[in-house]
Ligand binder design. Structure first.
Ligand SMILES: N=C(N)NCCCC[C@H](N)C(=O)O
Ligand SMILES: O=C(O)CCC(=O)C(=O)O
Ligand SMILES: [Fe+2]
Length: 324
């Protein structure tokens, strides 16, 4: 009831079919009961995580005017730096006390999607001040994509659908890798301001690395907030709203939030796995039958994500209001 499952996924890399099935079964039951679990036995090295953490610290320590050279609110493709209070994940609360760096699947200016002006498509915008930044981040984006794909193949196995079903949907994805810095909580001036307000994620699955500061909380079935404490060497994985919808609510998209610690900075690194924008999100085979018909009309990944972004970003609401 108060303890998220921890799943060792190393058998997914061993090649034995029965071992894959056993891990798939564990992931399936965690997604149905919690929509949240930890993974261990993944291939992302501790050295890689340490390097990324060091880069995050250096980036967020840059002077504000340098970070704002890649301001996400001036990006047509939703990439770059988001200053404190750019996002408001819980509309009942003040905007989030966090700053972010977002990157996506890099597309050059000549790619047909970019030429066509597709909203989430374009080149990444990396800070030039930190040596080796772009190479590290682009390599990590590919590795996180591969890790998400491995988990999605296990989910396909659990659902009894073609093993490469999601691989096809996740070619040229709109997945985002994000770095987040939460400054220490300010109880004196803003006692109610949270690091990240209560929310559910929008996409399919999120793979989160958190540092040792703590502060992530997840809602259990009784609606109580429980801690999801840092566990060295793991990622916290959770289901997003698009996957809940795709799976006809077989899988849960569970509310979570971040209460920033007092007196210490917190750093986290989520990877939001989201498919190709044209992917049709209509009830997955294996998730409906005569007694359990599809609950949601079909939509596309792009239409769904854009509708959700408008809720989170004040600057997008203003832009949308001007446009209409
Ligand atoms: N595909 C993109 N651009 N995703 C951006 C990340 C949005 C974060 C939000 N908390 C979420 O749950 O998705
Ligand atoms: O930073 C964290 O631990 C969680 C962040 C989160 O839930 C999000 O950005 O969607
Ligand atoms: Fe989240």
């Amino acid at each position: 009831m108060n303890q998220l499952p921890i799943i060792d996924i190393s058998p997914l890399y061993s090649g034995h079919e029965h071992a894959h099935l056993e891990v798939a079964r564990q992931i399936d039951s965690a997604c149905r009961e919690w929509g949240f679990f930890y993974i261990e036995g993944h291939p992302i090295s501790a050295a890689r995580v340490a390097k990324l953490s060091d880069h995050a610290r250096r980036f967020f320590a840059l002077p504000a005017e340098q970070k704002l050279e890649i301001d996400i609110t001036r990006s047509r493709h939703h990439r770059g730096y988001g200053a404190i209070a750019t996002e408001q994940l819980d509309p009942q609360q003040p905007a989030d006390l966090k700053e972010t760096f977002d990157m996506g699947f890099h597309m050059s200016a000549e790619h047909p999607d970019v030429l066509a002006g597709k909203p989430l498509r374009g080149p990444n915008r990396h800070p030039p001040q930190i040596p080796g930044w772009a190479e590290l981040m682009e390599g990590h984006y590919r590795d996180m994509h591969d890790l998400a794909s491995t988990l999605l193949r296990a989910i396909a196995l659990a659902l009894g659908i073609e093993r490469d079903f999601f691989d096809r949907c996740f070619a040229e994805p709109i997945s985002v890798f994000r770095m987040i810095h939460y400054p220490p909580r300010l109880t004196a001036t803003r006692p109610d301001q949270q690091g990240a307000g209560a929310h559910t994620d929008y996409g399919c699955i999120t793979l989160l690395h958190q540092d040792q500061a703590g502060g992530l909380q997840v809602q259990n079935v009784r609606g109580e907030w429980i801690d999801a404490p840092p566990i060295e060497g793991t990622f916290v994985v959770n289901i997003g709203d698009m996957m809940a919808r795709w799976s006809n609510d077989r899988y849960k998209s569970t509310p979570h939030r971040v209460i920033s610690p007092l007196g210490v900075d917190r750093y986290s690194m989520p990877f939001f796995a989201e498919p190709h924008p044209d992917t049709v999100i209509s009830c997955l085979p294996g998730c409906h039958d005569a007694s359990n018909p599809p609950k949601y009309p079909a939509t596309t990944c792009e239409a769904y994500m854009l509708s959700r972004f408008a809720e989170t970003y004040a600057y997008r609401r203003e832009a949308d209001a001007k446009a209409t």
